[in-house]
Design a protein around this ligand. Sequence first.
Ligand SMILES: Cc1cc2nc3c(=O)[nH]c(=O)nc-3n(C[C@H](O)[C@H](O)[C@H](O)COP(=O)(O)OP(=O)(O)OC[C@H]3O[C@@H](n4cnc5c(N)ncnc54)[C@H](O)[C@@H]3O)c2cc1C
Length: 477
Amino acid sequence: MSQDWDLIIIGAGTAGMPAAIFAAGRSDKVLVLDAAPEIGGTLHLSSGQMSAAGTRLQKEKGFEDTPAMHIDDIMRISKNTADREIAGLAVDNAAETLDWLEAINFKPLPGHPVKGQAHEPYSINRYVWGEDLGKSILAVLKPPFEAVVASGKVTLKLNTRVTKLIQSESGTITGVAAKTEDSDEVAYTAGSVIIAAGGYVANGDMYKELSGHPAYGDHSYPHCIGDGLNLGLSAGGAAWGHENYLTSFGVIMQTYDVPSKVRCRQIHWPERRMPWEIYVNVHGQRFMREDEPSVDVREHTIQDQPNLRHWIVFDSTTLKDAPPLFADFSAADIQAAAEKDEPMFYVADSIAALSEKAGLPTDALENTVNTFNDGQASGQDALGRQNMPRPITDGPFYAIRSQAMSVSSTVGLKVNTGLQVIRNDGTPIPGLYAAGESLGQGAMMGSSFCGGMLVTPALTFGRMLGQSLLPLDAAAQ
Ligand SMILES: Cc1cc2nc3c(=O)[nH]c(=O)nc-3n(C[C@H](O)[C@H](O)[C@H](O)COP(=O)(O)OP(=O)(O)OC[C@H]3O[C@@H](n4cnc5c(N)ncnc54)[C@H](O)[C@@H]3O)c2cc1C
């Protein structure tokens, strides 16, 4: 069968752009289709934090690191729940990606690499990002991507959503069908197809079905609605990662809607700010020591609480004297939001009245506060908390409802080390490859957040497929 294209890339985002840039060195018949009106995908929103071992930057700064140390860290942090083979493939090739980004003008922040920030720290400084976060990466990918499009080697069609994979009777993928808002489906044939269509967080129904929880946060790229995973499944591909669902901790939503935008994020890391407050669940009970040192433990503990939710409870002296609870939301902001009855913020003159406003059981909350106060007086906290700043005694009293949420997709397409999408029996689907969040976060980091292990693998696997796909595909047919 004659093919219109050597390669079709579904998605011009984090994985798709490097795939196209490198494929253009080897073919002048590369087609990139993106459902969005612009290139870049989730890089428009992402924090863009990357991790790589053995980079030029690390060497310059005297950090001796290896991919073996990186994968050992990932397996330690994830308690062996990441996929050693595929995460290992990503880290083995990550330094080349970071070095390439620097060569095309990516500037890590001064003082980088660091060991960690929001997530469980690595054992060595291998974590970097740029001043404009994900947009810093997009800014350096854009010129080479636009150059290969201008050269004619890559054809880019925006506002074009891939709706189907075309599969031969023998199972080989031979192309895609795609449509724009005003056109019917058009078929494009190709020797190989890369799914680089991101995750499914913007698809609330799919998110809930795959994780068992609503997608609380409205912080994902709107075109990432699970097409990548669904296209791969429709061709007989297998999914993995369901068991690895995890959310981050301590997010204050703007509204009670699902999804909602984020209003502010709690500084819940004791190494940055020791908590003065207590955390209670919907039953009005404490469920963890608030100064739990491990962010991974905090994130896993909230998974057991109803609706992945807790209330931060404190008194007016804590509001006045404690270090700021949020980075960009002051004590005065908290007081004003609570006094104006804004969503998530509650204030009342007694614990009983506070419980009614916040929707918590009164007896339970009063008991919890009394027990906590006893612990503060005796120095023996019931949950083993070490930080004992003061009891909760001085009205008015405050509660803030805090939500755990996730910005990435746990479940994805299963691939082999050639990044071929594979079936449940492990056999590859000829002609079909995948990279990026379409592979699911569970494979890269298991059931824990490992810094940089979505953006870096997406860039790396995109680059590797662009560099190797055509000969590799021929060998696989
Ligand atoms: C707020 C936020 C912060 C994050 N911070 C970090 C971080 O610091 N570090 C980290 O490692 N990860 C982070 N992540 C995750 C990481 O950014 C993403 O996993 C990664 O960028 C996804 O890359 P991708 O190439 O798979 O998808 P994307 O970059 O989203 O690209 C997918 C592209 O496919 C297109 N598309 C979708 N469906 C179709 C279709 N049917 N047809 C054609 N085109 C289609 C989309 O329009 C999009 O352009 C963050 C995510 C978010 C939302």
